[in-house]
Every structure is written in structure tokens, then in C-alpha cells.
Design a protein around this ligand. Sequence first.
Ligand SMILES: [Zn+2]
Length: 157
Amino acid sequence: MAEVESFTLDHTAVHAPYVRLIATEHGPRGDAISNFDVRFVQPNEGEIPTAGLHTIEHLLASVLRDHLDGVIDISPFGCRTGFHLITWGEPTVPDVVAAIKAGLEFIAEKAQWDDVPGVSAVECGNYRDHSLHSAREWSKRILEQGISLDAFARTVV
Ligand SMILES: [Zn+2]
């Protein structure tokens, strides 16, 4: 089986919340794609409940694109401690932190239920499992803790 970078990370050595560049890969035509570890909760010490995580996912999928160019996808980790962010090109970690911060600020301070995209049975695979309240509270908590530029040493800007 192929080695997966995420499983080689020492999850006991990191200090969440943080953004970490996992890898930049180049396709056959030279296009760059970057993959980030956007970690919101300290691994093995907690996890965002599925309804809140799901609503954060729907909101970030939309809001993040207003703050960062080249977003391909942002999807939650199965462990529910954060998200994979996949982008075109090579945005810097500070760029990603600023965009994530802006997204979470929107969720924490402004988002109303009407702002959450794709929450009907037609648009979502589990439309009953959403919580804007939980999304707000977790966003506030992550912002209070601050998002580090370094996974291993707290460097909050
Ligand atoms: Zn959904």
C-alpha cells in the first residue's frame, strides 16, 4: 500500500489550531496543486460534533472562495479535528490562515441560517445533520485559541 503523508505525521507533536502545508504536487502539464492540513481541534483531545462540522463545511466551501483564490475543495477529516484544503497553485500558509480566519469570523459573527448553502434534501447527503449554533460556537473557540502558522510551535498572527 502507498504511504499516506497524513499517517506519518506525529499527531501527538502538533498544537492545534494550525494550518500546515502537507504537499504541493505538479501535474503532467506543470499545474501546481497544494494540500493543506487545516487543524481546528487538538488530535485525540476532542472533535467537532458532526452537525457543527457539517455546517462549517458548507459555509467554508462558499465563504473561503471569497478570501482565497484557487480553492478546489475543503473537506472534513474523518477524525473530525479539521479539514483538508486543496487549492490550485501555491498559496502561502499565512494566506490560508487569513482566509480561514475570515471564514470562521463570518460563521461566528454574521452567518444566518439563510447563508448556509446547500441544506435541502436535493443538495446535501444528510441535510438533517446541520447545526449553525454548533458551527458558531466552535468557530468562536478556534478564533479565541488563534490559528498558528506552525503546527509544532504556536505562532499565532
Ligand atoms: Zn452536506
